[in-house]
Structures are given as structure tokens and as C-alpha cells.
Design a protein around this ligand. Structure first.
Ligand code: HT7
Ligand code: ZN
Length: 845
């Protein structure tokens, strides 16, 4: 496959002045007629007229009304075009029903829908399918199904047709079309300047009862973007459609967001609190793209973080405002360490702005999204809130309607602050996770912190230069009082010292408060100091972090020395904190959450120890049992505190109580044979309780009846059945999980072409660390078999799942050999997609 480089960027030779599309929908023979007005692009020198097009049957083609015969290839169409404005017309035929890749125009449960980002529009018609070609679209839809939607505002149309006009120039990746037998949950929103906007959430009949929460989340997002960023919605209508077959979470098409039904449909009976929170965040994310992504888009796909990093950052701010900021921050850091750190430190490492790719779909990564958002958080911390707000206003003013680069983005910050951001820009070009070492001295009342930063080489880059690190620090006196409130240190050198004079006694430092930079902090810290921080740190993130470090070190000790038990004095200190009724229950639940087994494997690997997944699993089990036993007497009181007497609400307050309640129930189930969990299961009136009880029963090995009852109760609900498939693999003991996964692939409900169902089974298997890495390699082989099968139908989803193998070099040589064999078997498959080929080639190194 061909490699595309950022350095080779060239503008397209023509601008598109307008596009008119007519769709005659048919499952296997949809006709798309396009009329496109082109004019020479004054910014370009190369006038090659090549239009992207894949899997299209060309019926006819004309320039200025004269039929022409273009040169056709697998990837597009070439013509000798005039060096003056002209009209290009084409008619093509496509087959949505057989499009299982879910890119372009496809069918899901009898409904037509599209997914064009990144390069799906070229499967709809011939077009310069690149984000820097922006145009006004006019769309006519003809077809038998009653609802016909596209971008922009609706226009009058004859019976049986619909016509849409989008006044905002947009790249083709934001094009969307939906047609189906759908019902709307409708509402309205008045923007702050008085525009009346019609809001619709379109779903399949039967799903009407799952729309209210999504609609409220949309209205909250619209208001928040006005209040916080001064951004208003800009059309008369905003449509959201729920689709069952979808490769990712959702898509921000202009005025017509399309959502994976799992990312928008919610009800208390069928959705967990985590589902509600995720749905609220995704609705906000896609809505926020209207300004950061749509009005200002990316010049090319290397700039993907321009819209994604910024929009993730904005949606995290939104969730922090709607819920608890510390809980959100801790959740984000857990996620960053679980998904982005392994990516940054393994064979798939790449910068936030990659410099080359073969298949752009493989770069919708945690690095581009989540590290991209961290980079924006750092920038905001460095310039301050006021300058950030000013820079964003300038960005929207200066670049509205343009396709931009990271250079444009940084320039607004430079112009507003007068700072030189050239060193900061390394965050966009340098891959890998910086490691930050800390030394400290205390002499004559002066406390000095000396930091050293180093980024280990990554497979894509040997040389690493020092980066700008905002390090938020607080100092705490021995009595637990803060002697220096949070202060931002700006580190730019490889080694740099900061002094704090006039200290009466040696303080305890609280470093990297709020996780102020996405680095690995390496500091020798005693248990006593960590327990002190757990008791006294006023920064909620670092208080949690101190506890996390204690948990990790206790577990690592148990893993490396099977004669060691859990650290009881830490557990006693932790219990004191957990029982503090003044603390948010959601935060307390986070304190009970242990580092994942994969994180422990990584920690061992970093200490030069080859991780043994079985030993890790046993140590975690032993720890959980010991903790439950040690705290047994206190659990009933804690459980009582988490009881919710009010009617169900998915708000943060109730969700926090339920999260703490679930953690307590999990501890109780370790010694009561599942009695408490069975009672919760029997009386549960919401999915959070039902599922948390079910997982306790599975862990206790007594879930057979509950699993059968759950299946009976929910077999009609696809989204709930995804949970049923996933949970029994994620929580199964390693000796059974791969076999259970294999059995479930034989279940009549295992519709493997549905990405949600495929991920429910295989995502759960990969998440079950000891099961995935079982010594016999059963899980590796099973996953490889299914990835090969899926690749032939849906390369994008298959390729994303390949990242399950990204940590393979951590493990012992036997496991490595088994994983290598599985990956080589995938690589050797005839007709393998470009997507999976690129992934396994990078993984194999
Ligand atoms: N901008 C979107 C990214 C995307 C996508 C979404 C659904 C299916 C396929 C896709 N390829 C790329 C989603 C987002 O980040 O908001
Ligand atoms: Zn996005």
C-alpha cells in the first residue's frame, strides 16, 4: 500500500463552487447524479483533474453538457479539464445493501445511512474527497421510505422527495444522508440571538422511550457552548439519527449527526449510569464539532487533532461542569493511561499530528484524540484562562469557513500572548511519553525541586528533545496544612530546578496536581508520605493518585513475592477515607478502584520484570478477598449510605452513590456466596443495579440462573444483549473465558457483522487480561480467526481491534511467539485490507 506524507501536501487544482446531488435510493442499485461547478484554484499550480471514486459504476459523465470519457482506475477518475470554470456531471450506481464496511452509503436494519469521514464520500460519487475542498451542497432524495434527511435546511419538494440545502461550505466528509421508516422525538431550542431551532432525534419505532435523555443532553450542550465559548448554532434544524450498525460512536455531519444507537439511546431500565454519562459526553462532543471541526475544519487528515483534540477537550470541560470536575479528571487519566500510554510506548507510537499514514482510519487513536486534548489542556494552563478565551475568540474570527492546520491554531495563541510556542509545538510532532524524575533538597529553609525529563525512543522516532511541561505543584507542611498553594512551574529544559525559600520545615510536595502534563512521574516516595498525601492533599487528583500508587505498590509486592499479603496499614488508612461521609461517593468509588491488570503488567515491565498474567490475576484476587475480609464489619454501614430513596435519576449524585454501592456489593460478594448480590438483582429497577449485581454473581461463580433470566428478560433489546455478551466474558475466570467467548460466537444472537456485538464479545475478551494472555494462546488464536473473518466484511472495525496486540513485547517469549504467530497468520491472509495490513505490519515492527 501507498504511504501518504504530510510534507507532500498540495492544494487541489480546482475549487468547488457548488454541488447538487440527486439520490434515487434502491438497496442494490442506488443512482447518484452529481452536478458540480468547478473553477481553477488560484492557490494551486497543478491542474491535474483527478476525482476520488471507489466501488462506483459510472453510468455517464459530461463536462459543460458534453459527454466525456474519463480514464477510470480503482481509486478514481481522471479527465483533461478546462483551465476555466466548468460544470462536471456524473451519474453513478452503488449498492448500499451489500456495503458491509459501513463507509459511504449503506443499509442498517432497512434504513439508508452514510458515514463519510474520513474517506467514505468517494464510495458515493466521484469527488475531490479531501477536507480542504469545501462547498455548498444541495441534495435531492427520492425513494420509498418516508423519512429523508440530509445536511442543512429543508426546502420545498414534490411528494415522495425531499430537498435539503446546506448554506455553510463544507468538506465532503461532513455530508450525510438518512432515509428510513423512523420516528422523531422532537423539541425546540432558541439560541441566544433568538434563532428558533427545530431539534429531532430520529429512531426506529419502538425506541421512542429512549430519547428523552439524549435530547436534554443536546439542549444542555447547545446552551453550554453559547455560555462558555460564545458559539451559537447556525441552521434552522438539527437532526440526530440513531443507527444500529456503526463503526464508531457517532459522527458530526453538518446539521445531521449520526449516532451509533449505543451512544444515544438511553433509559433507566436498559442503560447504566456509565452509559448515561458517555451518551451525554458524545452528544456534546458531536455538537461541539459544529464549530471545532465543521465551521473550522482540517486542511488535511494529518491535522485531525486540530478538530478532535480540541473537541475532546471541550467535551471534558462540559462534563466537568455538568458533573464533578475531579471525578471527570481522574476518569480521563485512568483512560489515558489505559489506552494512550501503551499506544505511545509501543509499536503503534505516533505523534499527535502524525507525519505519514497508509490508511487514515487507523489514526483515529487515543493519541490524536486524548493526548491531543491533553496538549490543549497544557496550553490553557500555560497561557491562563483569560488568554485561552481570547485566543479561541480570535481562532473563530480569523478562521471561520477555513480548512486549517496546527500552525494556524498555535499562531492565534502566539498573537494573543506574544509567546513563542515553537518548543511547545513539539507536543504535536514528538511521539512517546516523557518520564519526569524528581530530586529534592532542603537547606537553610530553602526547598528545591530538581526535575529531569526524558522521553525514551519510540519505534517511529529515535531522537527526543525536551518539551514544555507545565508542572502544578503544592507544598504541604508536616501538620497537613498547605504551605504553598497550587503553583504552576514551567519546565523547558532537560533538567531544571525550582526553589521555594522561607520554609520553616521540610514540606511534603504534591507534584503534578490535576495531572497537569501527560507524563510518567518517577519519584521515589515512601509509603508514609503517600499515606500522608492520601490523608491531607487538598488536590483531589493527587489525593487519589497517592492512593493509586499505594495500591500499585502493594499489588506489585504481592505479585513479585507470593508470600506477601496486602498492605494492611494502607488499607486501614484508606478505610478511614472511604468512610468519610463528607466525600463525594463517586470519588470514594474511584479510591476503591484498583489499577488494571494490564497497568500492573506495564509497571512490572518498566521495572525489568516480565509480567506473568496468571500471577497478576491471583494477586489481585487475593488482594480483593483480603480487603473484603478486613473491611467486612464496615460494609453494611457503607452499603446503607449508598441507598437511593428518590426516583431514578442519571445525575452525578445518584450515579456516585450507585458506583460506591456497586464497589461495596462486590466486596460483600467475596464472602457471602452472592447472597447480597442476588437480593439486589431481584429488586433492581434500573440497569446499573441489575448489571452490577450480575457481575458480582459471575465473579462469585454463581450466575447461571441470573444469566439465563437476564437473557430471557432482554433478548428483544440489542443494546442490553451486548452487555449480556460482554459481561460474561469480561468477568469470567481466565480458565473459562476464551472457551466461553468461543461458545458465544455460536449463539444465535452473535451477529458478528454488527460492530457493537463483535466488540461486546472480543472487546471483553481483550479486557480480561489474564484470559486474553492465557498461556496456551487460546485467546490469541480465537481473536486472529475472527479478525480475519471480519476483515473481509468490515476492515475498519477489524483494524481497530488489532491494537489488542500492541503490548505483546511485554510478555514472556512463549507468549510473544504465540502472538507473533497469530499476527503473522493474519498478515498472510489473501486479500487482507489496507487497514489491517498496515496495523499488523506496524505491530510486527
Ligand atoms: N469525527 C468522527 C470520527 C470518525 C467516525 C465516526 C463514525 C464512524 C466512522 C468514523 N470515522 C471517523 C467522530 C468524532 O470524533 O466525533
Ligand atoms: Zn470528534
Amino acid at each position: 500500500p501507498q504511504t501518504i506524507y504530510l510534507k507532500d501536501y498540495k492544494p487541489f487544482g480546482y475549487v468547488v463552487e457548488s454541488v447538487a446531488l440527486v439520490f434515487d435510493l434502491h438497496p442494490t442499485a442506488t443512482r447518484v447524479t452529481s452536478t458540480i461547478r468547478f473553477a481553477p484554484n488560484p492557490e494551486a499550480t497543478d491542474r491535474t483533474f483527478f476525482l476520488d471514486g471507489e466501488e462506483l459504476t459510472l453510468i455517464s459523465c459530461a463536462i459543460d453538457g458534453q459527454p466525456v470519457t474519463p480514464e477510470l482506475s480503482e481509486t478514481g477518475l481522471r479527465l483533461d479539464a478546462p483551465d476555466a470554470p466548468f460544470t462536471f456531471e456524473a451519474e453513478v450506481e452503488i449498492s448500499p445493501e451489500t456495503n458491509t464496511a459501513l463507509e459511504g452509503l449503506y443499509m442498517s436494519n432497512g434504513m439508508y445511512c452514510t458515514q463519510c469521514e474520513a474517506e467514505g464520500f468517494r464510495k458515493i460519487t466521484y469527488y475531490p474527497d479531501r477536507p480542504d475542498v469545501m462547498a455548498v451542497f444541495d441534495v435531492t432524495i427520492r425513494g420509498p421510505l418516508p423519512v429523508k434527511l440530509s445536511n442543512g435546511n429543508p426546502l420545498e419538494a414534490p411528494e415522495g422527495q425531499a430537498r435539503w440545502h446546506d448554506p455553510w461550505p463544507k468538506p465532503a466528509y461532513l455530508f450525510a444522508l438518512v432515509s428510513g421508516d423512523l420516528v422523531a422525538h422532537a423539541d425546540r431550542f432558541t439560541t441566544r440571538s433568538g434563532r428558533e431551532v427545530e431539534l429531532n432525534l430520529w429512531v426506529r419505532p419502538g425506541d421512542e422511550g429512549k430519547c428523552a435523555f439524549g435530547m436534554e443532553a443536546l439542549k444542555r450542550s447547545m446552551r453550554w457552548d453559547e455560555d462558555v465559548y460564545g458559539r451559537e448554532y447556525d441552521l434552522d434544524i438539527f437532526n440526530i439519527v440513531a443507527v444500529d450498525d456503526f463503526n464508531m460512536g457517532a459522527m458530526e455531519n453538518k446539521g445531521l449527526n449520526i449516532f451509533n444507537s449505543a451512544a444515544v439511546l438511553a433509559s433507566p431500565e436498559t442503560s447504566t449510569d456509565a452509559n448515561f454519562e458517555r451518551i451525554e459526553a458524545i452528544i456534546a462532543h458531536e455538537y461541539f464539532h459544529n464549530w471545532t471541526g465543521n465551521r473550522i475544519t482540517c486542511r488535511d487528515w494529518f491535522q485531525l487533532c486540530l478538530k478532535e483534540g480540541l473537541t475532546v477537550f471541550r467535551d471534558s470541560q462540559f462534563t466537568s461542569d455538568m458533573r464533578s470536575a475531579p471525578v471527570k479528571r481522574i476518569g480521563d487519566v485512568i483512560d489515558l493511561r489505559a489506552r494512550q500510554f501503551p499506544e505511545d510506548q509501543g509499536p503503534l507510537s505516533h505523534p499527535v499530528r502524525p507525519e505519514s499514514f497508509q490508511e487514515i482510519n487507523n489514526f483515529y487513536t487515543a493519541t490524536v484524540y486524548e493526548k491531543g486534548a491533553e496538549v490543549i489542556g497544557m496550553l490553557k494552563r500555560l497561557v491562563g484562562d483569560a488568554a485561552y478565551a481570547e485566543a479561541l475568540d480570535l481562532y473563530f474570527d480569523r478562521h471561520d469557513g477555513q480548512a486549517c492546520t496546527i500552525e494556524d491554531w498555535l499562531k492565534v495563541f502566539e498573537d494573543v500572548t506574544g509567546r513563542d510556542l515553537s518548543q511547545f509545538k513539539r507536543w504535536y510532532s514528538q511521539s512517546g511519553t516523557p518520564r519526569l524524575k524528581v530530586d529534592e533538597t532542603f537547606e537553610n529553609g530553602t526547598y528545591r525541586l530538581t526535575f529531569t525529563q526524558e522521553t525514551p525512543p519510540t519505534p517511529d522516532q529515535d531522537e527526543k528533545l525536551p518539551q514544555v511541561l507545565p508542572i502544578a505543584v503544592g507544598l504541604i507542611g508536616p501538620n497537613g496544612h498547605e504551605v504553598l498553594p497550587t503553583t504552576l512551574l514551567e519546565m523547558t529544559e532537560a533538567t531544571q530546578s525550582f526553589e521555594f525559600p522561607n520554609m520553616a520545615t521540610r514540606p511534603v510536595p504534591s507534584i503534578l496536581r490535576g495531572f497537569s502534563a501527560p507524563v510518567v512521574l518517577e519519584r521515589e516516595t515512601s509509603r508514609e508520605e503517600r499515606i500522608f498525601l492520601l490523608d491531607h492533599d487538598s488536590d483531589p487528583f493527587n489525593r487519589w493518585e497517592a492512593n493509586r500508587a499505594l495500591a500499585q505498590s502493594s499489588l506489585l509486592t504481592m505479585i513479585t513475592d507470593p508470600n506477601e499479603g496486602p498492605d494492611r496499614s494502607w488499607l486501614t488508612a484508606l478505610l478511614g477515607v472511604i468512610r468519610d461521609p463528607a466525600l463525594d461517593p463517586a470519588y470514594r468509588a474511584l479510591l476503591l478502584n484498583l489499577p488494571s491488570q494490564s497497568e500492573l503488567a506495564q509497571a512490572l515491565h518498566e521495572r525489568g520484570v516480565t509480567p506473568d498474567p496468571d500471577l497478576i490475576w491471583s494477586a489481585v484476587e487475593e488482594h480483593r478477598n483480603a480487603r473484603a475480609e478486613l473491611w467486612q464489619a464496615q460494609l453494611p454501614a457503607l452499603a446503607a449510605e449508598t441507598r437511593v430513596d428518590a426516583p431514578f435519576s442519571p445525575d452525578a449524585e445518584q450515579a456516585g452513590k450507585r458506583a460506591l454501592g456497586a464497589a461495596v456489593l462486590a466486596m460483600q460478594s467475596r464472602f457471602d456466596g452472592g447472597t447480597a448480590a442476588r437480593a439486589v438483582y431481584a429488586s433492581a429497577d434500573n440497569m446499573t443495579l441489575q448489571l452490577s449485581a450480575l457481575t458480582c454473581l459471575i465473579t462469585a461463580g454463581v450466575a447461571e440462573d441470573a444469566l439465563a433470566a437476564f437473557e430471557d428478560q432482554w433478548r428483544h433489546d440489542r443494546l442490553v444483549m451486548d452487555k449480556w455478551f460482554g459481561v460474561q466474558i469480561a468477568y469470567a475466570p481466565p480458565q473459562h473465558a476464551p472457551e466461553r467467548a468461543a461458545e458465544l460466537t455460536e449463539h444465535p444472537g452473535f451477529d458478528w457483522k454488527n460492530p457493537n456485538r463483535f466488540r461486546a464479545v472480543f472487546g471483553a475478551l481483550v479486557a480480561n487480561h489474564a484470559a486474553f494472555h492465557r498461556g496456551d494462546g487460546a485467546s490469541y488464536d480465537l481473536l486472529a480467526d475472527w479478525l480475519i473473518r471480519l476483515d473481509a466484511k468490515n476492515p475498519q472495525t477489524a483494524a481497530r481491534m488489532c491494537s489488542a496486540f500492541q503490548t505483546w513485547r511485554r510478555y514472556d517469549s512463549q507468549r510473544q511467539e504465540k502472538i507473533r504467530a497469530a499476527m503473522e497468520r493474519i498478515a498472510a491472509t489473501d486479500g487482507l485490507s489496507r487497514d489491517v495490513t498496515e496495523m499488523v505490519t506496524r505491530l510486527l515492527g
